[in-house]
Design a protein around this ligand. Structure first.
Ligand SMILES: O=P(O)(O)OC[C@@H](O)[C@@H](O)c1c[nH]c2ccccc12
Length: 265
């Protein structure tokens, strides 16, 4: 039986093939180039960190393969505004439909509601998707090293740069980190969740953080539930945090965001 990540990527390749058939690269590339300016995703995180505040990438996520439905009352523009009011620096929006109940429209609507830079959180397996992401307005894309080989990772990162987007290079172990550091991208994310087994362990970031050079901005991802978790990640060198579920489960998202960031209400 194949692991979760392999299944998601196989399904994504099939979905991309369907989309390409109706929208060839030249068309999506033209839309990407006609999209407005990017908002500077990595620069915003670096500026928040430099100002001495926790740099949060707040995630808009309705469901996940490990948890099923996370939030029934799901209004992306309202959530985007709640995250902004709570002190988030950037947004992450899931657009994968089969596994995360995401939609491309959620990214469009969330980004239109706030001035924050937005990560398109999806499974990038083809440079065509990078053009599509920019056409949707994305300011940053995700490159999951466990899902791509070195050549594809480099190609995805180059495409992102070409459109003025940043790339978040996601790793889960030392071998992926070594490969990820050879990709020309400003952000390295250590995912505390193993995408093959879905198990979460914050020691993943603790162990890998010392190997991330200071010219990359380290993002601690997944399983962060409390100010103490952020302190633990900061102590080992994380300069930004990607948080979804623990905020999505709260009725008052602004208050929950302020609370985890330690911002007074
Ligand atoms: O909801 P959490 O545990 O706070 O995690 C957010 C984010 O890190 C997680 O959604 C994520 C990290 N990398 C991914 C890759 C694909 C899908 C999802 C993810």
């Amino acid at each position: 039986m194949s692991d979760v990540l392999t299944r998601i990527c196989d399904d994504t390749r099939a979905e991309v093939a369907r989309r390409k058939a109706v929208r060839p690269f030249a068309a999506v590339d033209a839309d990407a180039r006609a999209a407005g300016p990017t908002r500077g995703f990595a620069a915003a995180l670096a500026a928040t960190h430099a100002a001495g505040r926790h740099a949060l990438i707040a995630e808009i996520k309705k469901a996940s393969p490990s948890k099923g439905l996370i939030r029934a009352d799901f209004d992306p523009p309202e959530l985007a505004r709640a995250y902004l009011a709570g002190g988030a620096t950037c947004l992450s929006v899931l657009t994968d439909q089969p596994y995360f109940q995401g939609r491309d429209e959620y990214l469009l609507a969330a980004r239109a509601a706030v001035p924050l830079p937005v990560l398109r959180k999806d499974f990038m397996v083809d440079p065509w998707q990078i053009a599509e992401s920019r056409a949707l307005g994305a300011d940053c894309i995700l490159i999951i090293m466990a899902a791509v080989d070195d050549a594809l990772a480099a190609e995805l990162a180059a495409a992102a740069r070409d459109y003025g987007m940043d790339a978040l290079v996601e790793v889960h172990d030392a071998a992926e980190l070594d490969r990820g550091l050879r990709v020309d991208a400003p952000l390295i994310g250590v995912n505390n969740r193993n995408l093959k087994t879905l198990a979460v362990d914050l020691r993943t970031t603790v162990e890998l953080a010392p190997r991330v050079p200071s010219d990359r901005l380290l993002v601690a991802e997944s399983g962060l539930n409390s100010p103490a978790d952020l302190a633990r990640m900061t102590a080992v060198g994380a300069r930004a945090f990607l948080i979804g579920e623990s905020l999505m489960r709260q009725a008052d998202v602004t208050a929950a965001t302020r609370a985890i960031l330690g911002v007074p209400a």
